[in-house]
Design a protein around this ligand. Structure first.
Ligand SMILES: C[S@@+](CC[C@H](N)C(=O)[O-])C[C@H]1O[C@@H](n2cnc3c(N)ncnc32)[C@H](O)[C@@H]1O
Length: 238
């Protein structure tokens, strides 16, 4: 029987910032494929668990190394193993997540994404910096260093995550359209994310703006073309 691949975020480096789920999976995994950003302290923890761990950091060999990673995931999964693909921070943020799930999906290998504490919020927290503030920081923009020179292009292709939006999702959608967002822009509203009764609703800004729908708290909106992956990679379809 084919195994399963868990793509897991390791947090910003302090082993105590691993999630309980990540720690449980580290203990249960048959093999761990880990990136450079996972860092020395977590690597030591893995060694102390006596696990088979393979370093697969890119180290400038981007494409070539990705092929190796994909082949390793496939090989071990086909041997029926529980494979833990460990990435720094959170795998959804600048983690080339789509390449790996695209590959797993194409090869019909079951997978699960396990979020981690991202450096985006984890690192400022460790330096006592609140990222939002009613006066000084009403929103957060995260961009990759390589995109800085093309900042406006990066902004146009950005994903907007709107917190505290369950009750006002329709109103927010209207305002986004009024302020230049295309009305066909995809939006996902995620209620009770990660909990057993998580619900994901996908539609367009136009559809949401013309409905009276409200969502149970806690809920957030993800606005942007990346929402297409909800449909494409729905793990339950495997
Ligand atoms: C390719 S991105 C991956 C981000 C990762 N997926 C996350 O959610 O944190 C790598 C960048 O994250 C930032 N980063 C990750 N861990 C960090 C840490 N412990 N301290 C400072 N920056 C960190 C650095 O800017 C680093 O170049």
């Amino acid at each position: 029987m084919v195994g399963k691949v868990y793509i897991v975020g390791s947090g910003p480096g302090d082993p105590e910032l691993l999630t309980l789920k990540a720690y449980r999976l580290l203990k249960e995994a048959d093999v761990i494929l880990y990136d450079r950003l996972v860092g020395e302290e977590i690597t030591k923890l893995i060694q102390s668990l006596g696990k088979k761990a393979i370093y697969v950091g890119k180290d400038g060999k981007g494409k070539e190394r990705q092929i190796e990673i994909n082949n390793l995931m496939k090989k071990f999964a086909e041997e029926g193993k529980k494979v833990l693909r460990l990435k720094g921070g959170d795998p959804t943020i600048f983690g080339r997540l789509w390449e790996e799930i695209e590959f797993l999906k194409a090869n019909r290998i079951p997978f699960e994404i396990v979020p981690g504490v991202s450096s985006v919020n984890g690192v400022p927290a460790c330096a006592n910096i609140p990222l939002t503030h009613p006066e000084f920081g009403k929103a957060i923009i995260v961009i990759g260093g390589r995109e800085v020179e093309d900042y406006y292009e990066a902004l146009r292709n950005s994903t907007l995550v709107v917190l505290m939006s369950g009750i006002s999702a329709s109103e927010i959608s209207k305002n986004l359209i009024k302020n230049g967002f295309k009305d066909e822009t995809k939006v996902a509203v995620i209620q009770k994310g990660s909990l057993k009764d998580q619900k994901v609703s996908v539609c367009t800004l136009r559809e949401l703006s013309s409905s009276e729908k409200t969502f149970e708290s806690p809920a957030l909106m993800v606005v942007g073309e990346v929402v297409r992956f909800v449909e494409k990679y729905n793990c339950l379809e495997i």
